[in-house]
Design a binder for this molecule. Structure first.
Ligand code: ANZ
Length: 970
């Protein structure tokens, strides 16, 4: 029988649906294994061959684990909220739900063709109210929680209220936005509004004033990467920094746990490193400095402020101080004389994004007019304001040590400020900036009217000096040890339509939660998807968008009376909201009472294998870990790390093809294209050509002419120099009379005409070939070009595999060689799958099938084992062969992964090198169990030996079986 992949694939895809082959239910008698792909955003362009790479890799693993007896959960769904659908809606008026549904249907169709083992009964869509019900619920839980630093755990806000009632802020060690001090009496005397305001400072989901990139032209906040050179990437509208009330998540409270958790999980070192840097733990010291302002309209002022330093040892090298422009101190410290200059500077900084401020090396700043006093030397230090100090990090104020910090150095040079090294006479150069372990301090500055009699760091190493200074400032009460994290709280509001609505309404500007039993709060209909004329987010257009406390339901906005009917929140949640806990929902997707039921959660626990791209290293993979830790704290998830093992698939790059158009000024003539080999003889312009009309780099000339109207009459100079113009149309393209294209590896993109659609590959070669080929391209983690030229090899292999079974099979004893071939393969493939080394496993299959064909192996049992082993890679073919062989189970998916028998793998022959007087001369093959005497006899009997002995006398023969033979002769 021919290998008819079309019939086979169609038949089994249908059977899998009918038999519910991939439906999975909790089964306590079986060990669970949870495989998860980062779910896709269903874009309008559909899948290209790069997308399924990770899905195929995880599908192979899922199928393998099932064959090994595990109960495997392998779900799929859609990250369905997102900007492209909304932008499209703005342009066309088409409801984003309509386009999203259409795109999902297309994705599903494409996915189905590839033969994945997804349990579609568990599908989730983030835009489905049954799904976002639980996103909203989790948000409410965060609103109703605070983070206890001592317990390192989220706690119900009611407990904090109790603490305030009993002790005020005394003995409180919790995560917060601002430092407040009040007594229990103070608390009790506050009205509800004030109390709520205070509580907001501690909630895990809180409404906070944060600096955002505000784009008035687009009416929305933009993310850092959407702003380029101070204007919006889309449209080029000006962007300003603006303090705005936004929903935020207190991710920073979890910084240490997010860091510690990395030790427990099996992720690549590079992703862990990226997350560590993102969290950015920094152990340093906070030191208090006094300040004095010059005599001005408010008289001379004095006060204190705190700086954060990781180099407390450099106290004697401080020559000036710097405040972040946003620091509240700026106003206080700006002298009358400097006022105008400072204000100009602040206006300039407002236009700069944080990213620009950090990456720009340009030195800018302004003197405030005031001075700080070094607590160690009593020296007066000018206080500057500069954008290189960030408001959101440390205390937003620094002591500057230009001899040891490169940014301080550049600043000092620019403003002509003193530079004082800690090592007397040391060369101040870029190299000395780093804290070198062994460096011994010998600071000339210590001699200066030292305010602290007897305190010296001279003679100490940097490390010792830091420790000594830390201890000293803590004891004197002028500072303390402080751990800082770069990780910021996440801004959680978007001025968008197509996202989860917040279950929040406002009473006198104070947010209240829609009761949990009224969730989900569904996204309302609106007429247009743009901001309102008054600049409100699109939800400002919704008519039915007010909350009635009395009726506990959404009512018409015109009914708002601020007594019982209140306005609802107009922002929606950002893209990462829906993807943060989706892995939990897959465990129990139809549960109407909980995000995940206890039983399901305890059975599935967490994801054993997570597959997705590295681009999510600091976004989704941080938010999701945070979200899960929070759910763990409130007892909703039983594991505090969501993803045990993470595999990052590489990118599939496109392989572009080019044709070379001969340059000509006469545009009335038909264009002429010259083949690759001859192109250097002309002046040409390379033009991208659709890779789908190129085969093995040879252009399908007729298809090319039909591709674009302007190429209708194109002429060609072929590789052998012949011309299309000289050829009659039905002449065959003999020899090298072909048009050869050039090629390059580039990003797979529509504009480069190098996008390959998996549907086309499936149509031409079948899904099994596509699956095999994607894995054969190279290691899963590596980025690699899509090169269709190799796909035929995989297709031929599958045909050869198929052919092995299209003969009379028997139950006769298989040959030793065949047993060895198959058992060797099982061992290799088992090991390779465990390592995700699928390309090497496929090579092993190819070798094995060649061997079995040569051996004319027809043993049914042996060939059956082979079918099971290939099933994860080529499931359709495996099912068909399994059926042909009369397999014991309805589907090969339920067979048992075969074990290999080491005894078949023992080598029965060995190759030895025969040496003469220590010189290796030739190789001989011996039975593995040959004795010393046998080897000696055979070696001497060989004709080649006679040649090397050449009449000399043999003095000694050294034989080490399986290792060497050395014949010594004189
Ligand atoms: C004196 C000093 C001397 C510093 C020296 C460094 C080198 P990490 O490791 O990232 O935590 N700094 C503190 N707050 C800052 C802010 N808001 N914006 C910009 N820079 C800030 O860096 C901590 C160091 O960065 C601190 O230690 C401070 O400069 C600066 F030879 O203090 B250092």
């Amino acid at each position: 029988m021919e290998y008819n992949f079309r019939d086979i694939e169609q038949k089994w895809q249908q059977k899998w649906v009918d038999l519910k082959t991939y439906k999975v239910v909790e089964d306590k008698n079986k060990q669970k294994f949870y495989v998860l792909n980062m779910f896709p955003y269903p874009s309008g362009a559909g899948l290209h061959v790069g997308h399924p790479l990770g899905y195929i890799a995880s599908d192979i693993y899922a199928r393998y684990k099932r064959l090994k007896g595990f109960n495997v959960l392998n779900p799929m769904g859609y990250d369905a909220y997102g900007l492209p659908a909304e932008q499209y809606a703005i342009q066309t008026g088409q409801h984003p739900e309509v386009t999203t549904k259409k795109n999902i249907a297309r994705y599903r169709e494409q996915l189905d063709k590839i033969g994945f083992s997804f349990d579609w009964d568990r599908e989730v869509r983030t835009c489905d109210p049954h799904y976002y019900h639980w996103t909203q619920w989790a948000f409410e839980q965060m609103f109703n929680s605070y983070y206890d630093n001592r317990l390192q755990k989220a706690q119900p806000i009611s407990q904090l209220v109790k603490h305030f009632e009993e002790e005020g802020t005394l003995n409180l060690d919790v995560a917060k936005s601002e430092e407040f001090v009040f007594s229990a009496r103070d608390w009790m005397s506050m009205d509800e509004h004030e109390q709520q305001e205070k509580l907001m400072n501690y909630r895990i989901a809180y409404l906070g004033e944060t600096m955002v990139n505000w784009c008035p032209g687009l009416g929305t906040v933009l993310a850092n990467d959407e702003v380029v050179n101070g204007v919006s990437e889309r449209g080029g509208y000006p962007v300003v920094q603006k303090l705005m009330k936004q929903w935020c998540l207190r991710v920073s409270a979890y910084a240490q746990r997010l860091l510690d958790g990395l030790e427990k999980i099996n992720w690549s070192d590079s992703i862990k490193e990226t997350q560590k840097n993102w969290i950015g733990r920094s152990e340093g010291t906070e030191v208090e400095f006094k300040y004095v302002t010059p005599n001005g309209s408010e008289g001379q002022k004095e006060g204190k402020f705190t700086i954060f330093t990781t180099r407390a040892d450099t106290m004697f090298g401080v020559t000036f101080m710097v405040l972040a422009p946003e620091s509240e101190l700026v106003k206080e410290l700006t002298s009358d004389a400097q006022k105008a200059e400072v204000e100009d500077y602040l206006a300039y900084v407002k236009k700069r994004t944080e990213l620009e401020r950090m990456s720009d090396r340009k030195v800018t700043g302004v003197f405030s007019g005031s001075y700080g006093i070094n607590p160690f030397t009593g020296e007066q230090l000018p206080i500057y304001v500069s954008e290189y100090v960030l408001a959101g990090y440390g205390t937003g104020a620094i002591m500057a040590v230009p001899a040891h910090d490169s940014r301080d150095y550049a600043f000092a040079k620019h403003f002509n400020l003193p530079i004082v090294p800690l090592i007397e006479g040391a060369d101040v150069s870029e190299e000395s900036f780093d804290a070198k372990e062994g460096i011994v301090i010998n600071s000339p500055a210590e001699g200066k009217e030292a305010a602290l009699e007897g305190f010296s760091l001279n003679g100490l190493t940097v490390k010792e000096a830091i420790a000594k200074t830390k201890k000293f400032v803590s004891e004197r009460g002028i500072g303390r040890v402080k751990v800082n994290y770069r990780l910021r709280d996440a801004i959680f509001s978007r001025q968008r339509y197509w996202g989860e609505p917040f279950p929040v309404y406002y009473k006198k500007g104070m947010p209240y939660m829609v009761p949990t039993d009224c969730l989900p709060l569904e996204l309302p209909e609106i007429d247009k998807y743009e901001p309102t004329e008054s600049g409100e987010p699109p939800l400002g257009r919704a008519k039915m968008w007010a909350w009635s406390e009395k009726e506990n339901k959404v009512v018409d906005k015109s009914l708002v009376d601020d007594e019982t009917v209140f306005p609802l929140e107009l922002n929606t949640m950002p893209g990462f909201a829906g993807s943060s806990a989706y892995y939990l929902r897959y465990m129990d997707p139809h549960n109407n009472d909980a995000l995940v039921g206890r039983e399901a959660d305890e059975y599935w626990q967490n994801v054993d294998l997570y597959v997705g791209g590295t681009e999510h290293a600091t976004g989704h993979l941080i938010y999701s870990r945070f979200w899960d830790k929070f759910l763990f704290d409130i007892g909703c998830s039983c594991k505090d790390e969501p993803y045990e093992k993470l595999v990052n698939q590489g990118m599939i790059q496109g392989r572009s093809n080019f044709v070379y158009r001969i340059n000509s000024d006469d545009h009335s003539k038909a264009p002429v294209f010259v083949s690759l080999g001859l192109k250097d003889k002309y002046e040409t312009t390379p033009i991208h050509v659709d890779v789908n009309i190129v085969h093995a780099d040879v252009l399908d000339v007729e298809a090319f002419k039909a591709w674009r109207p302007e190429y209708k009459d194109a002429e060609f100079i072929f590789e052998d120099g012949s011309k299309s113009a000289d050829r009659t149309s039905n002449e065959s393209t003999a020899g090298n009379a072909v048009y050869k294209c050039g090629w390059a590896i580039e990003k797979m993109s529509k504009s480069m005409f190098n996008v390959v659609n998996p549907d086309d590959i499936v149509e031409q070669y079948g899904a099994d070939t596509l699956r095999l080929y994607e894995m054969f391209l190279g290691p899963v983690e590596a980025s690699k070009p899509w090169d269709t030229n190799g796909i035929d090899g995989c297709f031929r292999f599958l045909k050869k595999f198929w052919k092995l079974y299209q003969q009379e099979l028997n139950d006769e004893e298989p040959s030793k060689e065949s047993l060895k071939s198959v058992h060797k393969l099982i061992k290799k493939v088992t090991g390779d799958i465990e390592q995700f080394s699928y390309n090497t496993a496929i090579s092993a299959f190819m070798i094995c099938v060649n061997e079995l064909s040569q051996q004319k192996c027809a043993n049914k049992e042996l060939l059956k084992k082979l079918v099971i082993v290939i099933a994860p890679f080529a499931p359709h073919m495996a099912e068909e062969l399994w059926e042909q062989l009369g397999g014991e189970t309805k589907s090969v998916c339920d067979a048992a992964w075969p074990a290999w028998d080491e005894s078949y793998l023992v080598e029965n022959e060995v190759q030895l090198t025969v040496s003469f007087n220590g010189k290796a001369r030739f190789q001989m093959t011996f039975p593995a169990d040959a004795t010393k005497e046998d080897i000696e006899k055979c070696a001497l009997a060989d004709d080649r030996s006679k040649h090397y002995i050449d009449g000399k006398t043999i003095v000694k023969i050294i034989v080490v079986p399986r290792k060497i033979i050395n014949i010594v002769c004189k």
